[in-house]
Design a protein around this ligand. Structure first.
Ligand SMILES: [Zn+2]
Length: 434
């Protein structure tokens, strides 16, 4: 067969799969999963590897088996639901996302990508499409990082298995280690075959809610994600001297809070100056010691989260941060230090993957009389960020009402969810037929 024949067959199968996606079934499946940890305000509380999460995993295992999938689990608890391909030994096309939530999240963050993946398998079954490669739907463990840090443990350990050893010692607020929670979770899936951590995959497509305002503002139901912005995390520590608030004259104080505020204002000014280049900065976590109403702060520590699609802008911000900390140290008699906690450059998805996603989105949108997709970058981390290290990867976004997520009010219209699943079906099927 010529390559033209192969691409014609692949596009034909992709169209069939896309047309077999069913909206009602998709929504019912989203609601059924949301029942595990569902709240009266419409939100979901299902943190990773909790009893509710394990019940939700079991629910999905049964669903996948009912669709004819082989279920496997790896050493990080990632679940894989595999629909066989005509050539069983070829690396599969991967889709899926995560089902853990923030302490209070919505029904869609992560869960939508997993449920839509199973809907794609159902659509392939209904349309009797046989793909050359297997299709695998993955449920990544601990994407949110709310119970155990860091986030995206499952996908990052998949991309680099040696990371798992360090992750196992991470503790939740109750002192439980990730390793202990993971072992308990694995013990509950004794009927599931295990697979090696980081098995080869051909390509990966993750479908997710945008969690931002771009698609809604553009009135477009589908977005082609071209990449994920880079991020740098820092911890800044300022040492002054704790002293009595009533008796210490202002001019002799070494007030760590005053120094921290001055530094914070300088950082906000740097961030504002780079706003046009897309820099986003957050001083999210503060620790003040002794944190007393009538004692001058002797020790203040805060975190800096800086993100941008432009590495040069991030590098410039880091230089300004280090400069500001050094100058504070020199001029005001404080001991200040900055520590780098985490850095990850911009993730760029391959252009051919974006082109494929765009074809799938455009066809779904056109057939529904909707606006053509637009291209955008992701402001949030996703599992796809790490999977992109090991295979060609891409993402599809659907709109988030008012850009809200990590909140019970998270919402996407059913017709948009439907179109997202259709776009996913197209992309996954075409990849699996190549
Ligand atoms: Zn997510």
């Amino acid at each position: 067969m010529s390559s033209t024949d192969v691409s014609h067959i692949a596009a034909d199968a992709a169209a069939h799969a896309q047309d077999a996606v069913a909206s009602g079934r998709l929504n019912e499946a989203i609601e059924a999963l949301a029942a595990f940890g569902g709240r009266s305000d419409g939100g979901v509380s299902r943190e990773t590897l909790t009893p509710l999460d394990l019940q939700a995993r079991r629910h999905l295992i049964e669903r996948a088996r009912a669709l004819g999938c082989e279920v496997r689990v790896d050493a990080c608890g990632n679940l894989f639901f595999r629909r066989a391909g005509q050539q069983a030994d070829l690396p599969p096309v991967l889709t899926g996302s995560h089902i853990d939530t923030q302490p209070v999240g919505g029904k869609l963050d992560g869960a939508y990508g997993v449920i839509a993946g199973l809907e794609v398998i159902q659509a392939l079954n209904d349309a009797s499409v046989a793909t050359r490669r297997p299709v695998e739907v993955v449920v990544w463990t601990n994407e949110e990082g709310a119970r155990f840090g860091p986030g995206a443990m499952g996908s990052s350990a998949f991309a680099k298995p040696e990371r798992l050893t360090g992750y196992r010692t991470s503790r939740d607020a109750a002192g439980v280690t990730f390793g202990a929670a993971l072992d308990a979770a694995l013990a509950q899936v004794g009927d599931v075959n295990s697979c090696p951590l980081g098995h080869p995959v051909h390509a990966c497509v993750e479908l997710h809610i945008e969690q931002g305002p771009v698609l809604e503002a553009a009135n477009v139901p589908l977005g082609v994600v071209t990449g994920i912005q880079g991020v740098r995390w820092f911890s800044v520590k300022i040492l002054g001297a704790a002293a009595h608030a009533g008796t210490t004259p202002m001019e002799v104080r070494r007030d760590a809070m005053r120094a921290a505020m001055a530094l914070a204002n300088r950082l906000y000014a740097c961030a504002d100056a780079a706003r046009a280049q897309g820099l986003r900065m957050t001083l999210g976590r503060w620790r003040v010691d002794p944190n007393s109403i009538n004692t001058i702060a002797g020790d203040v520590e805060f975190t800096v989260d800086a993100r941008c699609v432009d590495e040069a802008v991030l590098a410039g911000f880091e230089a300004s941060l280090r400069d500001a900390v050094t100058n504070l140290d020199a001029s005001d008699g404080y001991a200040a230090q900055v520590q780098s906690l985490f850095a990850r450059g911009m993730t760029r998805f391959p252009p051919e993957m974006a082109a494929l996603i765009e074809r799938g989105c455009a066809r779904a949108a056109a057939n529904a009389g909707e606006q053509a997709p637009i291209r955008l970058t992701s402001g949030a981390f996703h599992d796809a960020m790490y999977v992109a290290d090991v295979c060609p990867t891409a993402m599809i976004f659907v709109p988030s009402r008012a850009g809200i997520s990590h909140n019970a009010a998270e919402y996407t219209e059913p017709r948009q969810l439907y179109l997202g699943a259709k776009a996913l079906a197209y992309a996954v099927t075409e990849l699996a037929c190549r």
